[in-house]
Design a protein around this ligand. Structure first.
Ligand code: SAM
Ligand code: ZN
Ligand code: ZN
Length: 283
C-alpha cells in the first residue's frame, strides 16, 4: 500500500540513534513531544524545523489526515466534483501529502480510472526527501511535482490556474496561530482573490482542519468573500469525535483509519478522524 511505502521509509530514517543531537533544538531524541507541543500549545511558535520531526510527523499523523480526506471524497462519491476524468490537484502547504494518499485510496476503492496530476507547494524544503520518495511511489500512476515557495507567489506567477481540485489541509490553524488579525485577513484575501477566483468552474476546494480553536469560524468568512463573484455549493462535514466539538454539518458515518498502520510503538499513530471539513464547489 503506497502510504505504508512512505511511512516505512520515514520509520527507517527516524530509527537513526541520537538523531536530534545535531538539530540544535529541544528534541530529546523524541519528536513526538515536539509535534504535540506545536499542535496543542497555541503559544508555541516552533514550526516543522527539524528534519527528524518531519519523519516522525509522517509516521504519526499521515494515516489520520489521509483517512479524513478519503472520507471527504467518499462523501462526494456520486457528485460531479469527483466524477471527473482528470484530477488536477493543487495542495497548498502539502507537507507529506496525506491528501494524495487519501485520494489514491478513494480512487482505488471506487475503481475510478482518473488521470491525476498533483502539484504540492510548500515553502519548507525539509519535506523534499519525502517528496522524492512520493515521486517514486506514484511514478507509474500519477504525475507529481513539488514547488518550494510561498503558494501565493507560485500561483501569482502562473499564466492560468489550471487546477480543478485544491486542498488546504491543516494550514488554516497554522495561519491563525502565527498571524495577527491583519495577517489572517491578508491570507484569506490572497486565497480568495489570488486563487479561488482564478480556478475554473467545476473546481472542488477542500479545507480539512481541526474542529476547534476558532479555525471553523473562518469558513463562513471565506464563503462570504467567495460568493461576491462566484456561484458556489458548500458543505460541512464532521466526525463523531471529539464529542465536545459538535460544529459542522453532516456527521460522517465512520471515523476509523482506513489504512492498516505500522505497529512501531515509538510513534503515537493518531486516530480517530476528528476534523472539520469545509467543501466549496465552484459552479
Ligand atoms: C501542518 S503542516 C500540514 C501539511 C499537510 N498539508 C498535511 O496535511 O499533513 C502545514 C504546512 O503548510 C506549509 N505552509 C503554510 N503556509 C504556506 C504557504 N503560504 N505556502 C506554502 N506552504 C505553506 C508549512 O510549511 C507546513 O509544511
Ligand atoms: Zn530535532
Ligand atoms: Zn524533535
Amino acid at each position: 500500500m503506497p502510504i505504508n511505502q512512505l511511512v516505512n521509509y520515514c520509520l527507517r530514517i527516524y530509527a537513526k540513534a541520537r538523531k536530534c543531537e545535531e538539530c540544535g533544538l529541544i528534541c530529546s531524541n523524541n519528536c513526538n513531544t515536539c509535534l504535540e507541543t506545536i499542535h496543542n500549545d497555541f503559544t508555541n511558535l516552533r514550526s516543522y524545523d527539524c528534519p527528524h520531526m518531519i519523519n516522525c510527523y509522517t509516521c504519526s499523523y499521515n494515516y489520520k489526515y489521509a483517512s479524513e480526506i478519503f472520507y471527504a471524497f467518499n462523501a462526494l462519491v456520486s457528485h460531479p466534483s469527483t466524477r471527473k476524468d482528470t484530477f488536477k490537484i493543487l495542495s497548498i502547504g502539502c507537507g507529506a501529502c496525506a491528501d494524495l494518499f487519501g485520494i489514491h485510496h478513494f480512487l482505488t476503492t471506487n475503481s475510478r480510472n482518473v488521470q491525476l496530476t498533483y502539484t504540492g507547494v510548500d515553502y519548507n524544503d525539509r519535506w523534499s526527501n519525502i517528496h522524492r520518495v512520493i515521486d517514486r511511489i506514484f511514478i507509474s500512476y500519477y504525475q507529481t511535482e513539488f514547488i518550494y515557495q510561498n503558494a501565493f507567489d507560485y500561483i501569482d506567477g502562473l499564466d492560468t490556474v489550471d487546477f480543478n481540485v485544491m486542498i488546504l489541509q491543516y494550514i488554516l490553524n497554522e495561519v491563525i496561530k502565527n498571524n495577527n488579525q491583519d495577517g489572517i485577513n491578508n491570507f484569506i484575501d490572497k486565497l480568495v482573490e489570488g486563487v479561488i477566483e482564478k480556478l475554473p468552474s467545476g473546481s472542488l476546494i477542500i479545507f480539512n482542519d481541526i474542529n476547534h480553536k476558532c479555525v471553523r469560524d473562518y469558513y463562513p468568512i471565506i464563503a462570504r468573500k467567495v460568493k461576491v463573484n462566484n456561484s458556489i455549493l458548500e458543505a460541512y462535514l464532521r466526525f463523531t469525535q471529539p464529542t465536545t466539538h459538535t460544529f459542522g454539518g453532516n456527521t460522517l458515518p465512520s471515523d476509523g483509519l482506513v489504512f492498516a498502520t505500522h505497529a512501531d510503538t515509538r510513534f503515537r499513530v493518531k486516530s480517530p478522524c476528528s476534523s472539520c471539513i469545509y467543501i466549496i464547489y465552484k459552479q
